[in-house]
Structure formats: C-alpha cells, structure tokens
Design a protein around this ligand. Structure first.
Ligand code: NAP
Length: 247
C-alpha cells in the first residue's frame, strides 16, 4: 500500500493515478475542511498522533512507501513524516509544486512569515485582499489601519482584523474573476503565501494587470528528504516502490 499525505490538488491527482494503475492507495487528510474533495482509493481523516503514531500506523499496515504531498506551508506533518518514515524504515518522497516567481514589472515584497507580512501592510496599501488562509489570521488582528477582504475556504475563528469582510470561497480561480474582485472592492494590495501551482495563481496575474503590490510569504524550511515537483515523477517513484515491496 502507498500512503499519500494529502490536502492538495497534486495529492488527489496522484491518488487517482495510483488507483487507476491498480495500486492500493490510502490518502490521508487532516480533517480541517468540512467537505473535502475526496481522492480515489481509500481515504482516512485526522491526525496520526505525531511521529510515533504515524510510525506505528506505517508498520502495522505494512506500508510500501509514503508520498508527502501536503501543502508547502503544512510544516508539522512533513516533519512528522520524515521522522516516522526514518523510524519505520519506510521510503519517503516529498511531492512539492514549484513556488511562484515574479516577472519584470511586478512589485513583490518577500517576507519570512505572517507577522512580517502584517507589519509590511500599512506602508503598501489600505485595502487588502488577504489570501493566506484561515489558520494564520490572528497575525493580522492587530492591523487596524487597513481594511481586509479575507478570503478563505472555511469560516475562521477570531481574532480577525477589526475592519474586514469575509469571503468564503475555494479555487480554482480565473483571471477574469480575480480582476472583478479586485475592481469591485477597490483592492490596493494582495497578501499571499508562496503556495505555487495553477489553482490560485490568477490573483497574481490580476495584481500584475492592475499594477498592485503583492506581499509574498516565503515557504518554511523543509526536512531533508528526496523531492519531486510533479505528479508524474511521484507516480513513477511510488509504482517502483510498490512493485519492489510486492515482489
Ligand atoms: P500542519 O500544521 O503540518 O499539521 C498539523 C497537524 O495536523 C499534524 O501534526 C498532523 O497531526 C495533522 N495533519 C496535517 N496534515 C495531515 C494529513 N494530510 N493527514 C493526517 N494528519 C495531518 O498542517 P496544516 O497547515 O494545519 O494543514 C493541514 C492540511 O491542510 C494538510 O493536509 C495540508 O496539505 C492542507 N493544506 C494546508 C494549507 C496551509 O496553508 N497550511 C493550505 C492548503 C491545504 P498529527 O501530528 O496528530 O499526525
């Protein structure tokens, strides 16, 4: 069996491809989203109980290999996977989409984390499209000299910035849709993580066309494990480990 640590479009694609190839694949989701898009194959939901719990889970089920296809900003599960796979002696591959890169003419301000993003806002714009996700919103709760259009998949818990409007939505987004949003709300500044991928990159093109500055949060450091950047390479790797395990 191949375990895919998921919660991303790439993880769903990989699970679909493994399932179509006749491989027993289990996808694992954290359970943050109430109605997740489910991949093909078996799905389990919820944490493992840290590296120890995950190592036990792997050993008990005789897992052939693990693909960590979690989001570039999901830090703890990747650390946990690295430790658990080492301990259980199970091969691990990281599937991580490339980050975004700025183009000539773009005004991108790279920051280390959400706190730095919040601190950079007042100098760059008063009307902010904030797309960094529900979990990090407390970092912006103290910014009272800007108005925020907060877009996230699920309703966030307080604290939130004092002046905001909430927009619950889930990609993929189109350039026309993002332009309409920017224009309707007279957005002056975009704040995003460097999530990479095509599902949510239209906002960057919209900012480019409207000449808006963008605050981009850098990706956190990753454990030192083998890494590929596309689903095809991850599929080849997983198939070879599944066959070696079965043979
Ligand atoms: P995180 O901080 O790395 O994880 C926190 C805890 O949640 C982990 O220690 C683990 O619990 C559990 N967990 C996380 N991902 C899991 C998975 N795929 N399967 C089983 N348990 C998981 O992660 P996060 O930032 O909260 O993200 C949660 C999920 O949302 C991830 O699957 C990620 O791919 C997806 N996601 C995250 C972002 C983001 O910006 N962070 C964006 C889009 C999607 P235990 O220690 O108990 O095992």
């Amino acid at each position: 069996m191949i375990l895919v640590l998921g919660g991303t479009a790439e993880a769903r694609e990989l699970a679909g491809a493994l399932d179509a190839a006749g491989v027993h694949v289990t996808s694992s989701l954290a359970g943050r989203v109430s109605r997740p898009r489910l991949p093909a194959g078996t799905v389990r939901i919820g944490g493992f109980g840290g590296p120890d719990g995950l190592a036990r889970w792997l050993s008990e089920r005789g897992v052939a290999a693990v693909v960590d296809a979690t989001h570039p900003f999901a830090e703890r599960i990747s650390d946990s996977a690295a430790a658990a796979c080492r301990r259980a002696g199970v091969p691990l591959l990281r599937l991580q989409r490339p980050g975004w890169s700025e183009r000539p003419g773009d005004e991108w301000h790279w920051v280390q984390d959400l706190d730095e993003a919040a601190a950079a806002i007042p100098a760059l714009g008063e009307r902010v499209l904030l797309t960094t996700g529900r979990q990090g919103l407390p970092a912006f709760a103290g910014v009272d000299d800007a108005w925020f259009l907060v877009r996230c998949v699920e309703a966030p818990e307080p604290p939130l910035p004092p002046r905001h409007e909430l927009l619950l939505d889930r990609g993929p987004y189109t350039i026309d849709g993002e332009l309409a949003l920017v224009d309707e709300h007279r957005v002056e500044l975009l704040v995003t993580k460097d999530s990479g991928g095509t599902h949510t990159e239209a906002k960057l093109e919209a900012a480019r066309r409207r000449g808006l500055p963008v605050i981009v949060v850098r990706r956190p450091p990753r454990p030192d494990v083998a890494c590929v950047s596309n689903v095809e390479d991850a599929l080849v790797w997983a198939l070879s480990h599944e066959h070696a395990h079965a043979g």
